[in-house]
Design a protein around this ligand. Structure first.
Ligand code: MOS
Length: 757
């Protein structure tokens, strides 16, 4: 055990090393674009240079004359492709190559050549002529259309209770403030690659994906072929967090190109193209009013949000649906608006609803704490609740204040002097701040196949997705434990539509869903094995009852000490293997959820939608240092304590939380996609200008795994942790910056120029 492999507490699994560790560090892990294909042609995308208007002419002459060029796809020769369905697997409805242009960087042509270099050279020689129109870039731009989210999106009902306006008018203490978060792009190391290979009328797609069954069905629909003809393979994903969950326009284009050339086609788009051919986190604005009694008890919470989307698609995250359950708020009123601009359609990015909305809420709570002169931890304690403030439903479990207490003790919060600018070391102003992290516990239907061979080898198959979450590891761990074999005897196959479906690797539900299905399949194997062993005419277990049998160390063991090796049970029965297929449908979900999953729809339940309110929670504390003269901002120290139900593996869990907090610092201090407001065009679309934290930006970071048991969420008892830890960090940093300087920054990111006042 060491810091990276924390000692498991109650209800936590061992910190076994990652199943894929050796493959990853030796470069042997094959990401989709590494999959070898025979004699591929290479694709290069041509993207629009305007954000709005029309292509009037496409001159391809020079491009076609580049040696090695094979074909060029344009809007004139791709009309056979059907449009994808936004909200049902497609991340955007803008999927034509033209002639209409809906956003800057829209794909307008795909050049195919014998080499990458020839394709790239020719792509730069495609000469479009446009009839441009004036685009609307963002909030405040002329021509944006603002719509009530409940009227145009799937968000039909937002939290509202009592009369918040009246309660605010008479509140003893109240604050009112506006907050803003910027556009952010995922910038995973792995680019948005696609490789397509046809074998007769069967298509194989190698593409990094968070939902291989979704992609399989989506591509089939766009190509107008049967889903059975499509296989999607994605064994490893080099970073995703939402950006590789939905189908983007490129996949069907590359499939079509490969069909026309009768040759495999490989696409590796550039980093800057990734900013416009995939999704991103939308820019948001917030107006919050929070009222309390003198003693700190909340009486009302009012939150209106605005989110940028594309012109046609009503993408919206409506995070008030989560934030409104967090405390005993009293009366609640919420509203969300979609602001349609001439941008590519935004999409999910790690903790999509909560990141912007909780930044606003947890900043507002800190402002209220200052006004009330109550310690911010105590203000949260005063308003802690185990009952849903809206519908009165109980929480399945809630360890928020335990998280605060454990993190505060480790951080040394007691030593804080409340007055802003009161802590200083030389030229550095020291600020301490905290905030809550929260993420809904989701679970989806999943299927799995598990095989136990007579030699004790186990194979686990479920089309979950290894996006860095550690799913290979925890599935191997679970099967090894359940079937009593060593970890080294387990093989795991994920990320392939040839194995049974698991839900989209989104909403932090992979562990809960896939583990529940694998658990079920393992239990069927145990049952079959136990019945075989006990029904034998001879042998150590003959006549024992199934209920007293266990699996341990490669043997079936009875409570009286009798034991028989798995191999001998198989031999006696004449089996070579037991293979079981299991479907897991969460409580409250319709049985057709599995059929839907096979056809590419991943439905989930949980959060505030079940009989219980189900959320994972955490508390984050940060120390910032702001230089008194230059206003340079550093974060030398962070402590986060998190409660996420059963922890499958303390090593992978700590790593998820740590990554989350680092991304939170990124959100707080570094990340923003700058937009040229006149041209509605992203400016810093590269890793030199799009800032993310590096090692020098993160010094001490401590993760505390808080022990929590919750039998109500799902059979695995898992709450899901992938999207929890980056939720509270930005507010904790902003609150610490206020404490250091006395300056409240309500617009992310917090950069030093904002402190030069
Ligand atoms: Mo997550 S943004 O739901 O992949």
């Amino acid at each position: 055990m060491n810091a990276a492999a924390p000692q498991p507490k109650a209800n936590m699994g061992e910190p076994v090393a990652r199943y894929d560790a050796r493959l990853k560090v030796t470069g042997e892990a094959r990401y989709p674009s590494d999959m070898p294909v025979n004699n591929p042609a290479f694709a290069y995308l041509v993207t629009s240079g305007i954000a709005k208007g029309r292509i009037t002419r496409l001159d391809l002459k020079d491009a076609q004359s580049v040696p090695g060029v094979l074909d060029i796809l344009t809007h004139e020769n791709t009309s056979e492709l059907k449009s994808g369905r936004f909200g049902q697997g497609s991340s955007t409805s803008i999927d034509r190559l033209g002639p209409e242009i809906a956003h800057d960087g829209q794909i307008i042509a795909v050049v195919l050549a014998d080499s990458y270099e020839a394709a790239r050279e020719a792509a730069y020689k495609v000469r479009p002529t446009y009839a441009p129109a004036q685009p609307s870039a963002s909030f405040g731009s002329e021509g944006v259309l603002v719509e009530d989210a409940t009227k145009v999106s799937q968000q039909k009902e937002l939290p509202n209770k009592g009369n918040a306006a009246a309660a605010l008018a008479t509140a003893e203490v109240a604050i009112e403030a506006e907050y803003a978060t910027p556009t952010q792009h995922h910038n995973a190391l792995e680019l948005f690659t696609t490789t397509c290979v046809w074998n007769g009328d069967n298509l194989t797609v190698y593409e990094p994906s968070q939902f291989v069954y979704g992609l399989k069905n989506g591509v089939a629909q766009r190509l107008g072929i049967a889903p059975d003809k499509v296989r999607v393979v994605s064994h490893f994903v080099g970073g995703a967090f939402g950006s590789k969950g939905g189908m983007t326009p490129r996949t069907a284009l590359i499939a079509l190109a490969a069909k026309r050339l009768n040759r495999p086609v490989k696409l590796v788009p550039t980093r800057d193209q990734g900013f416009t051919i995939a999704t991103y986190r939308a820019e948001t604005r917030h107006h919050i009013r929070l009222g309390a009694r003198r003693d700190g008890k909340f009486v009302a919470y009012s939150h209106e949000g605005w989110e940028v989307s594309s012109r046609p698609d009503p993408y919206v995250v409506a995070g008030v649906k989560e934030s409104a359950h967090l405390y005993a708020f009293g009366d609640i009123e919420t509203k969300v608006n979609i602001v349609h601009a001439d941008r590519n359609t935004p999409g999910y990015m790690r903790s999509p609803p909560v990141v912007p909305y909780i930044f606003a809420l947890e900043s507002a709570i800190d402002e209220l704490a200052v006004k009330l002169d109550i310690d911010p931890v105590e203000l949260r304690r005063i308003n802690d609740t185990t009952i849903d403030p809206i519908k009165g439903k109980p929480w399945s479990s809630r360890s928020l204040m335990t998280c605060y207490d454990e993190a505060a003790a480790t951080f040394g919060w007691k030593q804080r002097s409340a007055q802003p600018q009161s802590m200083r070391e030389g030229e550095w102003l020291i600020g301490w701040g905290c905030a809550s992290a929260v993420y809904p516990t989701h679970v989806g239907a999943a299927a799995a196949r598990v095989r136990l061979r007579s030699d004790g080898h186990v194979r686990v198959q479920t089309a979950a997705h290894e996006i860095g979450n550690g799913v290979y590891t925890i599935l191997a761990q679970l099967a090894a434990e359940r079937l009593g074999v060593p970890l080294s005897a387990v093989t795991v196959e994920v990320g392939d539509t040839l194995v049974p479906p698991a839900p989209v690797a989104g909403g932090s539900k992979t562990s809960a869903s896939a583990c529940s299905a694998v658990l079920k399949a393992c239990d069927s194997i145990r049952d079959k094995l136990f019945r075989t062993a006990s029904m034998a005419n001879d042998g150590a277990l003959a006549g024992r009852s199934v209920g007293e049998l266990k699996l341990a160390g490669g043997s079936v063991v009875a409570s009286n000490g009798g034991a028989e090796k798995i191999a001998d049970v198989f031999k006696r029965a004449g089996f070579a293997a037991i293979e079981e297929y299991a479907e897991y449908v969460p409580a409250g979900m319709k049985p057709e959820a599995i059929a839907q999953l096979y056809s590419g729809q991943s439905v989930q339940t949980g959060g505030a939608e079940s009989d219980y309110i189900m959320y994972a929670l955490g508390a984050e504390f940060v120390e910032v240092r702001v230089h008194a003269l230059t206003r340079e901002i550093r974060v030398p120290r962070m402590v986060g304590a998190f409660a996420g139900g059963r922890i499958m593996n303390t090593r992978t869990a700590r790593s998820q939380y740590m990554g989350g907090m680092i991304w939170g610092v990124s959100s707080a201090l570094h990340e923003a996609t700058e937009i040229d407001r006149k041209r509605a065009r992203y400016v810093n679309d590269n890793l030199a200008d799009y800032l993310v934290p590096v090692n020098a930006d993160i010094e001490q970071l401590e993760v505390i795994l808080v022990s929590e048991q919750d039998d109500k969420v799902n059979p695995a008892g898992v709450k899901g942790i992938g999207e929890l830890a980056n939720v509270g960090t930005a507010a904790a940093v902003a609150n610490a910056v206020y404490h250091a300087t006395g300056i409240r920054i309500r617009e992310l990111p917090i950069r030093l120029e904002k402190l030069l006042v």
